[in-house]
Design a protein around this ligand. Sequence first.
Ligand code: NAD
Ligand code: 44H
Length: 385
Amino acid sequence: MLAVHFGAGNIGRGFIGNLLYHSGYETCFVDVNEEIVQLLNERREYRVVIADSSQEEVVVKNVKAINSKLHPEQVVEAIAEADIVTTAIGPNILPLIAGLVADGLRKRLEKSDKPLNIIACENMVGGSSLLKEKVFEQLTSDEKTQFEERFGFPDSAVDRIVPNQVNEDKLMVKVEPFYEWVVEDTKIVGEKPDITGITYVPELVPYIERKLFTVNTGHALAAYFGYYYGVETINQAMEKGPIHNLVLGALKESGQMLVEKYGFSQEAHEQYIQKIIGRFSNPYIVDEVTRVGRSPIRKLGPNDRLVSPARQYYELFESQPIHLLKGIAAALLYDLQGDEEAVQIQSMIKEQGLEAAIEKFTGLDPASTIFKGIVEQYNQLKLEK
Ligand SMILES: NC(=O)c1ccc[n+]([C@@H]2O[C@H](COP(=O)([O-])OP(=O)(O)OC[C@H]3O[C@@H](n4cnc5c(N)ncnc54)[C@H](O)[C@@H]3O)[C@@H](O)[C@H]2O)c1
Ligand SMILES: O=P(O)(O)OC[C@@H](O)[C@@H](O)[C@H](O)[C@H](O)CO
């Protein structure tokens, strides 16, 4: 069985590639990083090390890679032959691969009538649906009908902390022990891919919101407040009392919203939060606040981990989620020169003012109570700095 996986980065090699191998797939990675592509083709295997006291190591075999910038035609052929297609490239890159995916799927229609599922494993609500929308923008109406019958784009949620890698061995990946991969089975076309580690559910939204608005909300607060207080890594941030309390406060707010919205058990959700706080504090992982805080424009987006739970909390309880608003304010203060999106936010604030920046990046109504709350928290944080 052949899997085509876009993105041979941290989560691609450290999580998806690992599960695919253990489920009997040969994995063909597609990437634009020539060094990684060459190494994968030379060695045909790589190591995954578990970041806990065991330091257990697994060798992921049966892998190869294609550089899609240099050989797009090879990617088209690979998709035509694949038994599954997955991605872990980042939400902003999904639209950029849509053309290649569309060409691969067209080629496949010429060759066989076998169904195929394409699963985006990105930190966003509706990743596969977005990819489908972008692929469908490239199609004629006849093609759309054929694609609807033959190809599934089930949404998914993936959870495993895989920090940036600084190992001598460029292919090796250190990963936390915990992992979870949830896939929406109602959108699958044909048989469900038999992948060890996937949990199939009929509707993904509760799972992706639970994950994104707990793991990633808490992570984002640890990152932006870590940066604010001059700390370098997430576990160092979690050791600081004020940051720990801010993270916990935000997770209580998003948790209250999630429990009310989806009817999750309060007790189970509290345990989920505690488990996540423990994962952030893993001493075997060095996870820089700048990785976790990367792309603040994406993270401040209306449907992402900060603004969406804050807005939904206010809609449900008509009271201000103070910790989430502080998190949004800290993201607006994130001025890392090496992060293109942070630079854009800072120059917008400087040139057009804070309110214009909040309106543009969060999509919130300037007359709304939470908009005003963000301004208030921002000014307070700025004053205290
Ligand atoms: N690292 C984690 O802890 C983690 C956990 C869960 C989900 N995710 C999600 O997985 C996705 C990838 O994150 P990551 O941490 O692995 O990032 P990463 O930067 O390590 O990996 C991304 C890979 O995509 C490649 N890429 C970029 N443009 C491409 C293109 N046009 N075609 C093919 N490949 C391309 C990059 O070269 C890189 O190898 C993101 O959506 C992220 O939110 C990450
Ligand atoms: O990948 P991002 O940029 O959306 O978010 C950064 C981290 O919060 C994220 O990568 C987590 O490590 C991951 O989502 C854990 O499952």
